[in-house]
Design a protein. Structure first.
Length: 309
């Protein structure tokens, strides 16, 4: 015959195990609920008179998606990397505890944001969607013809001239490169340049390799140098952390070889989206070959052009 005391003990132990499983389940559920509530994907009704606060985190991207294509953005500090494509703006802090403000312009409105450090990934804003603005459709009385492709004249008129460094001299180097103008559209940047051979031997040339300089520290503000080519003295004062290759879509040259005293014009097309802060591009061309070069260990003359964009 089974002892009543032993049966009671078994029931008590079984109840304890059930209670432990219940407590553990509640703890897991509570953790999931807290995490889901902290990591936010929110919808905001943005407007010209409203400031939206966003919490960001280093090594993480916050996406702002507005209701119409973006035409311009501006951030108050270079501690944030800001880029945009169509109606999406990508924000990423480059330093811990960084904070600044951000403006986004579309064709019909200006949006205002305050970018704040989150402190942890759990409290950051992953994405912010703007509430779509209802627009009453317009009844067209006639069919609007499709826009025609831009002519060469239109392209030239939309180009931006590049300012050259003060006191430039075309006889200081065996080979010199001067950037003349830019054309930017649909995520592409077209750069037009000229190469002059001041040496005594023909210069073989090809489409340049292009790099974007990262972590640049300059004694002067780069905002006043946008669409300018930097001179040798300005480049020598830069402190550069690293350079990142830029995708070259296409390149054309008048000639693959430039005779002594001659000049050739070329263009290079890059895959580049607009950015809120100035960027420095380095166009690297092949080094000229000297007939009296004795060994490959000699320091070769570098042929490069630096553009603030």
């Amino acid at each position: 015959m089974r002892s009543p005391g032993l049966s009671n003990l078994k029931n008590i132990e079984r109840k304890k195990r059930v209670m432990k499983r219940a407590v553990l389940t509640l703890a897991v559920l509570a953790s999931v609920v807290v995490s889901a509530a902290a990591q936010r994907i929110q919808t905001e009704t943005s407007g010209r008179t409203r400031i939206v606060h966003l919490k960001t985190e280093v090594n993480h991207l916050t996406v702002i998606e507005v209701s119409e294509p973006v035409v311009q953005v501006a951030a108050g500090s270079p501690t944030f990397k800001v880029e945009w494509r169509e109606n999406k703006v990508f924000v990423q802090p480059t330093e811990a505890d960084a904070a600044t403000n951000l403006f986004i312009w579309t064709a019909s409105q200006r949006l205002n944001y305050e970018l704040e450090p989150a402190g942890s990934v759990a409290t950051m804003d992953f994405a912010v969607d703007q509430t779509p603005v209802h627009v009453t459709p317009v009844q067209l009385t006639s069919v609007t013809p499709a826009p025609s492709a831009p002519s060469i004249t239109d392209l030239l008129l939309q180009g931006k001239p590049v300012r050259l460094p003060p006191g430039k001299q075309r006889t200081s180097k065996p080979v010199e490169v001067w950037i003349s103008d830019l054309f930017e559209k649909d995520g592409r940047l077209l750069i037009r340049y000229s190469v002059t051979n001041h040496g005594t031997e023909p210069y073989a040339i090809h489409t340049p390799d292009v790099y974007q300089l990262e972590g640049v520290r300059s004694p002067h503000s780069l905002y006043g140098l946008v669409n300018s080519q930097l001179g040798d003295e300005q480049v020598a004062k830069l402190k550069i952390r690293q350079q990142v290759p830029v995708t070259v879509i296409d390149g054309r040259l008048q000639s693959q070889q430039i005779a002594p005293g001659e000049e050739a014009v070329g263009v290079v097309s890059l895959a580049m989206m607009p950015a809120a802060q100035p960027r420095i591009l380095r166009l690297q061309f092949p080094s000229p070959k000297s007939p009296d070069e004795e060994s490959s260990s000699e320091q070769k003359t570098q042929v490069a052009a630096f553009l603030v964009r």
